[in-house]
Design a protein around this ligand. Structure first.
Ligand code: HEM
Length: 290
């Protein structure tokens, strides 16, 4: 018989053998800070509306997952920069699994009736998804660096500084282009900078550079697998945008957002954003000039 008092949990504390905690030993609740976590759901409505708990928890859950997504993106970028392609893929693959969950999670909000949401929505103003610094960090670290979103953090210098660092820091898109160049693909110098400036002349050379990879995936299978994982990431992010806007339309119709945007109309305009547009476009041209 194992000494249950002495045996320490290994890995997931939920699945360890039953343990009688000794004084000062690490417990599940201490390790995961469960009491602190469960003390953070504070409704604005008074008396608290039943559905506000759902609204708070779903947003907090998203923010926790965004934290992990950013953590994994940093690793993917680090390994890409060292040409450790399969290791970079490992982390992008994990991000994609998380993103699939995030796409589905938004639909829990459809169990809230529009009239129930209206009962506490006004209390939330002017709080808005525009102020999710982590969502904007995910965009910036992916390579979608639109500085105009910084205005939503004007009153919060700590977030502004964070976003400024992400804006200037490494991102998936430019790190991927640099990797492609080192692997022998003819990606133009400063492609990421030119892309950010909306340089129309970039599309032709970028597609030419990517055609060999997509015409003969087996010749550069690691780069191909990584590229498709990046497309998957892009796809999941755009799925999230599409599912979010559909849920928003179902809950508030064509009302303005609490952050002052036109609401559904604005959100719909974001669904065309792509982190890796040329990886999407190259497919159209596979048989050109063959
Ligand atoms: C009933 C539920 C929800 C409604 C009605 C709603 C509504 C909106 C609206 C109208 C906007 C546009 C900005 C504005 O004017 O405020 C927006 C943006 C945003 N929302 Fe939601 N939202 C909901 C749930 C969520 C959830 C669960 C998340 C999870 C993180 C989220 C994250 C965001 C983000 C990140 C943005 C900025 C998107 C961008 O600029 O591309 N929203 N939301």
């Amino acid at each position: 018989m194992p000494d249950e008092k002495k045996s320490r949990p290994s890995g997931c504390p939920m699945h360890a053998a039953p343990t009688l905690l000794g004084e000062g030993e690490l417990s599940y609740n201490d390790y995961l800070k469960v009491p602190e976590l469960l003390s953070l759901q504070l409704p604005q409505s008074n008396p608290a509306h039943h559905d506000e708990m759902l609204f708070i928890i779903i947003h907090q859950a998203y923010e926790l997952w965004f934290k992990l997504v950013l953590h994994e993106m940093e690793s993917a970028i680090r390994f890409m920069a060292k040409d450790k392609i399969l290791l970079a893929h490992h982390f992008i693959h994990r991000i994609n699994s998380i993103m699939k969950l995030l796409v589905q999670q938004i639909h829990i909000l459809e169990t809230m009736t529009p009239i129930d949401f209206l009962a506490f929505r006004d209390r939330l103003k002017p709080a808005s998804g525009f102020q999710s610094a982590q969502f904007r960090e995910v965009e910036f670290v992916a390579g979608l660096k639109d500085p105009s979103y910084m205005k939503y953090f004007r009153e919060r210098p700590e977030y502004l500084a964070l976003l400024q660092r992400r804006f200037e820091g490494p991102d998936l898109r430019s790190t991927y282009y640099a990797l492609l160049r080192r692997q022998g693909f003819a990606i133009p110098e400063n492609a990421a900078e030119r892309e950010a400036k909306g340089d129309d002349t970039l599309a032709g050379p970028m597609i030419q550079a990517l055609l060999p990879l997509y015409r003969e995936p087996s010749k550069n299978s690691q780069v191909y697998i990584l590229s498709e994982a990046l497309v998957e990431f892009d796809q999941q992010l755009s799925f999230w945008r599409e599912h979010h806007v559909r849920v928003v339309e179902r809950v508030i119709g064509a009302k303005q957002g609490t952050g002052g945007s036109s609401g559904v109309e604005y959100l719909r305009s974001t669904t065309i954003k792509r982190c890796f547009p040329y990886l999407w476009q190259v497919r159209t041209h596979l048989e050109d000039g063959v």
